[in-house]
Design a binder for this molecule. Sequence first.
Ligand SMILES: [Zn+2]
Ligand SMILES: [Zn+2]
Length: 342
Amino acid sequence: MLAAIFHGNKKIEVCDYTLPILGTNELLIKVDSCGICGTDRHIFSGSAASSIPIILGHEYSGTIVDLANRSARFKIGDKVAIDPNIYCGYCSYCKKGNINFCENLNALGVTLNGGFAEHSIIPSSQAYILPDDFDLSIASFSEPLSCCLRGIEHADIKPGNTVVIIGGGSIGLMMVQLVKIRGASKIVLIEPDHSKQLLGVELGADFVLDSNEEKLFEHIDDLSNRHVDVVIECVGNKSTIEDAIKIAGKGSKVIIFGLAPKDQNISLNLQYIFLKELKIYNSYLNPFTFQSAVDLLVNKKIEVRKLISQQIHLKDIPDFFSNHTNSSNIKVQLINNQKEKL
Ligand SMILES: [Zn+2]
Ligand SMILES: [Zn+2]
C-alpha cells in the first residue's frame, strides 16, 4: 500500500509500505479520511516528538477490511471511528482512572503508524462502530472533538456563564458549539480571519472580535460587564495564552487548550492571579470522552462539515506539509483516492 512516511527533519515522502501480518485482536482498516492537525505540523517541524520513521495522522476513520480473529463485535465492512490514544490499563495512573497520564501511552499517528496511508492496522480496542450510512469525513472529527470534551469538563460551564473563546480554527469552532450546549448565555469568539468569524456566528458565537482590534480588552470588559466566567484558549501560543489570563474575570477559569511549541514560556504575575483567584487548567488528550464525541457527531449535535475547508489526496501530503501557509484554512482532510471531494 501507499503511505506518507515521516523521517524526521521535515522530510515526508509517499512510498510503498508493506503492512505487517495482523496480530491478535487487530483490525485492518481502509482509511477513508484523516484530519490534519496542529500536532502533525508540530511533529513535522520538530516542535513535538514522535517515533521515526512513522506514518503520521491520528484523526481518522475508515472501514474494516480484515480481522485477525473472529469477533462478535466487528465484521468486515463495519465503519469505524478510531481513538488513536492507547492506554496500557496496568500502570498506576491507569489503575486510578487517569488514563491520559498512562506511563506506557502509545498513539496511532504519533508513536505507532497512523492514518496518512491507504490502510492502517489498529488494536480492536480503538475502534468505535458507526452507523452504516454515516459519513466518515464527519467521523474523523471524533478525536479532536473528544479532546475538546476533556477541556469542556474542566471548564465546567454553568448555564448563564459568559465564555470567551480565543481562536476560531476547527477546535475553537467546536468549542463554540459545546459551550452553547452547556448553556452559556454569552459566547465571545476572538478571531482575526473574516471567514472564520462568520462561521463562528453561524455556529453560535454571540459576538466576534478581531484579535488585532486595538481596544480588544476594553471591548470584552464592555460586553461582559467585566465578568467573564471562562476563557478557552484554542491557539497555543504565548501571546494568546497571556491574553486569556488577562481577559479572565475574578474567580474564573482559564482553559489553555492549544498546544504551544515546546520552547515557549509565559510569565505570570502572582498577585494578579492571587487577587482574581484564577483557576488555570490544561487539557491533555481524551480520557473516556471518545464515545461521547462519536455520539454527538452521529446524532448531529455538533456541526463539523462546515469546518472542512480543503480535502487532499495522499500524493499531496509532502507538498502540503512543506508549503502550506493558507491561514484561512480550518480543517484540511486527507481523503481516500476513491472518495469524491466535497
Ligand atoms: Zn489532533
Ligand atoms: Zn497506563
